[in-house]
Every structure is written in structure tokens, then in C-alpha cells.
Design a protein around this ligand. Structure first.
Ligand SMILES: *Cc1c(COP(=O)(O)O)cnc(C)c1O
Length: 382
């Protein structure tokens, strides 16, 4: 009998699946997906122009409360555009957390900038406003064109907190600090569609917010991303940059800067429109699963990560925290061997060789999480 058999059995029971592999997060298509895809194909507008692109942007803006939304072909590229629009250029620095997916730090690198790693909070797994404040207070100096890092001499142009596994970080406190130090705030809300901080949707607190619709996220377009804006002019700039910077004209090809082909095809947007219609249903189901996990782990003295105070989480991926790296590895072995997909947290960004020379403060909480987190199956159960 293996040590964590009781958890593996419980997961099989909750998913009503005695034999087959239980994925970590599988997409669910129970709404208008096929209908809209067929409509899209019949119209022949399967590429980057079409009604579903506009409709998806409008519906996401409405859902999140953002003034404007601009689609992208994936979340990583959306982050790249967000950084460019925030004025991040070569040799700048961007603050982020070490406990994140590689997309966040890759996007920073695409701009020729480097990340500075600040620790996360124990109760949110997201960027710590306290650690950020003490870093800004002690390690930076203000100049005419912004905030400078005393030890590297570089300008700190932006800050990207991430709402880890769908749990909101202290985004209002981070927003106040960014404003005070003239640092642009970009929210990596790739994992947190349907998550709210003090009643406001994540991704709408900073200058720009980014969502992802990758296949493993809460809703999917196959691959896709979205930029959220309050500033309409900035949204128009995003549309321009993601569409090869083509100047609108009935037939001429004039491009007025280096642009990108980061458009989401209409066929992906068709999927997105249908998925968004089901989002509230998915979120209800995900809360029920999280509640069932919470009750079970509480009665078995296993630490289950709950939504932070003042927050509603989408519970994208449910998290348990085991007692040590050894226990975590044991559970990962036992569960995956038996076809119950579980995953550790990402290797911390400051430990990857591309970023190991980047500045990082004390990241003890991130390290504590890195050794103990396990994501357990979190799909919507029908
Ligand atoms: C999924 C994700 C992204 C975006 O990833 P894409 O696959 O490019 O859409 C960005 N940041 C985080 C933290 C993510 O989890």
C-alpha cells in the first residue's frame, strides 16, 4: 500500500473514473463550439478577419469590465505587446515573481530587458506587496525619467505580478506602489479569468492586463491571448502592433513601424465566444470541486490552498502543499504512476540558467512553495 493511496483514490472517486488517466486540466466543449466553428467555416472567414474576433473582444471586455480588449494569438505574445506598449526597451528592468510560468520572463527577454525577482506572499502565492515596497524603498532611486535600481544602475520600467493558479495577489497595494514609483503595472492574469480581487476582475488594475486561452486554461481557443485596457488609445496601438502595423487603407500596403503578426484567427475566436458562454457554469463546477477537495484534505490533515482574503478565485488548478520535497516527490511518483496526473510547481525563474544572473532579493517563500506545491486534477466535471 503506497503512502498517498487515499488521495489518489479520492481523486478517482471525485472524477468518477476508476481506470483511465485523469488529466490535470482537460478542456470541455458542451456549448455552441461546433455550431460557431461550422458557421465560421461556412463563411470562409477562418483567418484573421471576421465577426468572431470582434465579438470575442467585445464579450471579454464586458465580462471582465475592461474598457477595451484586444485579441492575440497567445498569452506570451500578449505580454510582449503589453511590455512594448508600456515603453520597456533594451537594458530596462522589469520586476516580477520567481514563482511563475516561463512566459512571463520570456516576454521580458523579447524586449531586451531583464527581470528582477521579488518574493511571493505565503497566503496568495503572488508577488508580495511588502517585499516589493521594501525593495523599492531600499534599493531604488528616483530620477527624472523614472525609478532606477541602485545596484545595477538600470531603469525599472515595469512590474508584472502574476495571479498564481488563479488566486489573486494583493494587486491594489501593488498598484499604489507602482504609481508612487512611476513603474508601469502589467498584470499577468493568464491563469485567472473569472477571479476577482475585492469585487474587481483580475487584469483590470494596471495599465494592461493579459489573459491566456491555451488548451489547459479555464477556457480555451486552442491557443490565444487577450490584452485588457482602460485606455482606448493604447488599445488601438495594440491592435496596430499585433496586425503588422498596417495603416488602414482599402488596398495599399503601408506599414508605419515594425509590427508583429500576433493576430488570433477567426476560427479560434469562434471557439472562444462559445467557451466564454460556458465560463460561469465552469466556474460553478470548479468551486464545487475545490470545496470537495477542501473538505477532504481538511479531515486528512493535508494543506489545501484556499482563495485569499477578499478574493474570489477561479480555482484554475487546485493546489496541495506537502510537508517536504521528499513527500512531494513521493506523491508525484505514486499518483502519476497510477494515471492520476499531478504536477509540481515550475522551477523558479531565478534558477534557470537564462536568468540566474538576474537580481533577486530573498525568495524564501517562493522556494518554500517550489519544494512543496502539487497541482492536482482540476478539470470541469460534467
Ligand atoms: C499560460 C500562461 C501564460 C501565457 O501562455 P500562452 O501559452 O502563451 O498563452 C502566461 N503567463 C502565465 C503565468 C501562464 O500560466
Amino acid at each position: 500500500m503506497v503512502k498517498y493511496q487515499f488521495i489518489i483514490d479520492k481523486i478517482r472517486e471525485l472524477f468518477d473514473e476508476p481506470e483511465k488517466v485523469i488529466p490535470l486540466h482537460a478542456p470541455v466543449f458542451i456549448g455552441n463550439e461546433k455550431k460557431y466553428l461550422e458557421e465560421c467555416i461556412d463563411s470562409t472567414y477562418v483567418s484573421s478577419v471576421g465577426k468572431f474576433v470582434d465579438l470575442f473582444e467585445k464579450n471579454i471586455a464586458e465580462y471582465t469590465g475592461a474598457r477595451q480588449a484586444v485579441v492575440c494569438d497567445n498569452g506570451t505574445n500578449a505580454l510582449h505587446i503589453a511590455l512594448k506598449l508600456s515603453g520597456v526597451v533594451q537594458f530596462d528592468e522589469v520586476i516580477t515573481q520567481p514563482l511563475t510560468f516561463i512566459a512571463t520572463t520570456n516576454a521580458i527577454s523579447y524586449c531586451g530587458a531583464t527581470p528582477v525577482f521579488i518574493d511571493v506572499d505565503r497566503d496568495t502565492m503572488g508577488l508580495s506587496s511588502k517585499s516589493l515596497e521594501s525593495f523599492l524603498l531600499n534599493e531604488t532611486v528616483m530620477k527624472a525619467d523614472g525609478c532606477y535600481n541602485k545596484s545595477t544602475g538600470k531603469r525599472i520600467k515595469a512590474c508584472i505580478p502574476m495571479h498564481t493558479f488563479g488566486h489573486p495577489c494583493r494587486i491594489d497595494e501593488i498598484a499604489i506602489l507602482c504609481e508612487k514609483y512611476k513603474i508601469e503595472l502589467i498584470e499577468d492574469a493568464a491563469e485567472s479569468i473569472g477571479s476577482y480581487y475585492k469585487g474587481k476582475h483580475t487584469g483590470t488594475f494596471g495599465k494592461i492586463g493579459v489573459l491566456s486561452f491555451n488548451g489547459n486554461k479555464t477556457i480555451t481557443t486552442g491557443g490565444g491571448g487577450m490584452l485588457l485596457f482602460d485606455d482606448e488609445e493604447l488599445a488601438a496601438r495594440a491592435k496596430h502592433l499585433t496586425t503588422q502595423a498596417k495603416v488602414p487603407h482599402p488596398w495599399n500596403f503601408i506599414h508605419d513601424e515594425i509590427g508583429y503578426n500576433y493576430r488570433m484567427p477567426n476560427i479560434n475566436a469562434a471557439l472562444g465566444v462559445a467557451q466564454l458562454e460556458s465560463l460561469n457554469f465552469y466556474l460553478e463546477k470548479k468551486r464545487l470541486l475545490a470545496k470537495a477537495y477542501d473538505d477532504f484534505f481538511q479531515s486528512n490533515q493535508v494543506l489545501f490552498f484556499r482563495e485569499p482574503e477578499n478574493c474570489i478565485s477561479n480555482y484554475w488548478l487546485n493546489v496541495i502543499i506537502l510537508e517536504s520535497k521528499e513527500e512531494r516527490d513521493l506523491f508525484l511518483h505514486e499518483s502519476n504512476y497510477q494515471g492520476v496526473m499531478t504536477r509540481p510547481a515550475w522551477c523558479l525563474m531565478n534558477k534557470l540558467h537564462m536568468f540566474e544572473n538576474c537580481q533577486s532579493g530573498s525568495v524564501l517563500t517562493s522556494e518554500w512553495f517550489e519544494e512543496r506545491i502539487v497541482n492536482i486534477p482540476s478539470s470541469v466535471r460534467i
